[in-house]
Design a protein around this ligand. Structure first.
Ligand SMILES: Cc1cc2nc3c(=O)[nH]c(=O)nc-3n(C[C@H](O)[C@H](O)[C@H](O)COP(=O)(O)OP(=O)(O)OC[C@H]3O[C@@H](n4cnc5c(N)ncnc54)[C@H](O)[C@@H]3O)c2cc1C
Length: 379
């Protein structure tokens, strides 16, 4: 059996590892555009703060791939898939045949049409090293973080940790304005002001907040998968690669896992993209089992949690306001904590918690078990 895994991030690496556990004799090839061995993106903010040394970011030793008899092809991009003849075309000119193929290509930081030496994104190890070098060379300077996403939060947390006077600029009335209500969103803005940030809602462009005069400009405006070459292969894509709960794509023997995947989420009852580390790990494992002929459905309550300079912000399950029949609010801006419960067909399907971490377990269990909001006892 020839397994080919495209993408050497956590979803792809976990899948390759699981495939080896399930089949000692299979040929396994892991193709990754990155040159580095697998590292933790979750630790990048800690590295940027100087709390974790560089070597601790790496999750495997360079010898691991050979020890597991996994052919690792770093610095190699997959450019095309021929689903009829079952092979992929690589940037090094090689054509690789497969029996089972996994797409685990994650996403890329969305960029803005602003080019300056002072700008940095926050997706890869390279981005983080650029950020660290700017922070060092321009220490004592002024910063701007642009965007209302989780990555913008991570950037703000790093800038504020380094005591850099920082403008927090975003287009909406508050951060995460697509998922947070006004009370939750203003709570985030209140907190940012309390820790010294200059909050600028309604900022349409980077230039409008003086990016050219700033010393360091961090941009966190979302993550987007590169789907063009996958679409060209005739594989169904929407916002991500569309899969079943078994992570099968529309093409036979082609699977997807991790951030690139728009999967049938059995917990919330519609297709979702997870965008978090634990889901990528679990999907890598589930995809591998299906590739190895051991059918399994992916089932998990997706969650992303961050701490913005002391304020916990958590999203669990389906947090798209457009898909909720009703949104119930617990807590208030005045009380310093707000939880939103997203209800569909009488069941809790998602939640956001700002400053109310204590609700997380109850809410997660309610989503997992498909419970009505009345069954929760949140105070
Ligand atoms: C700064 C930061 C902090 C984060 N913090 C958290 C956190 O606290 N908690 C949490 O749950 N999640 C966090 N995340 C999100 C989490 O890291 C991702 O959900 C996870 O890494 C997704 O893994 P993946 O393997 O699906 O994708 P990726 O990690 O994006 O890996 C995909 C790999 O595929 C490669 N690739 C892409 N296209 C091709 C191609 N055509 N050919 C070959 N290779 C290709 C890429 O180079 C990349 O190495 C954070 C992310 C960032 C950037």
């Amino acid at each position: 059996m020839r397994h080919v895994v495209i993408g050497g991030g956590i979803a792809g690496t976990t899948a390759a590892e699981e495939l080896r556990k399930l089949d000692a004799d299979a040929e396994i090839t892991l193709v990754g555009e990155d040159h580095e061995i697998i590292y933790s993106r979750v630790l990048l903010p800690h590295y940027a703060k100087g709390l974790v040394p560089r070597e601790k970011l790496f999750l495997k030793k360079e010898t691991w791939y050979a020890e597991k008899n996994i052919e690792w092809m770093p610095g190699t991009r997959c450019d095309a898939i021929d689903v009829t003849n079952r092979h992929v075309a690589l940037s090094n000119g090689r054509e690789l045949p497969y029996d089972k193929l996994l797409l685990a290509t994650g996403g890329e930081a969305r960029t803005l049409p602003y080019e300056g030496e002072n700008v940095c994104y926050f997706h890869s190890l390279g981005d983080t090293e650029h950020l660290i070098s700017l922070m060092r060379s321009r220490a004592g300077g002024r910063g701007i973080v642009y965007g209302g996403s989780f990555i913008a939060c991570e950037l703000l947390d790093v800038f504020l940790y380094h005591h850099m006077p920082t403008v927090a600029a975003f287009r909406g009335p508050w951060m995460f304005h697509r998922i947070l209500d006004a009370d939750s969103g203003e709570l985030v803005s209140d907190h940012l002001r309390a820790v010294g940030a200059d909050v600028r809602p309604g900022s349409e462009t980077l230039e409008s907040v003086g990016a050219t005069d700033a010393d360091v400009v961090g941009v966190g405006v979302g993550v987007e998968p590169d789907l063009a070459w996958i679409r060209d292969a005739g594989i169904a894509v929407n916002k991500g690669v569309v899969t079943s709960a078994r992570l099968e794509t529309s093409a036979g023997d082609v699977y997807a896992a991790g951030d690139v995947t728009e999967f049938e989420d059995l917990v919330v009852g519609r297709t979702l993209m997870a965008g978090n580390w634990p889901s990528a790990v679990m999907q890598g494992r589930v995809a591998a089992r299906n590739m190895a002929g051991k059918p399994e459905e992916f089932r998990n309550v997706s969650a992303y949690a961050t701490n913005l300079a002391g304020l916990d912000i958590i999203g669990v399950g389906d947090t798209d306001r457009a898909f909720a029949d009703e949104i119930r609010i617990v807590g208030s801006r005045a009380a310093g904590g707000v939880t939103q419960l997203f209800v569909r067909a009488g069941k809790v399907v998602g939640a956001t918690m700002v400053g109310r971490t204590g609700d997380r377990t109850q809410v997660t269990n309610a989503i997992r078990d498909g419970l009505a909001p009345e069954t929760l006892s949140l105070r």
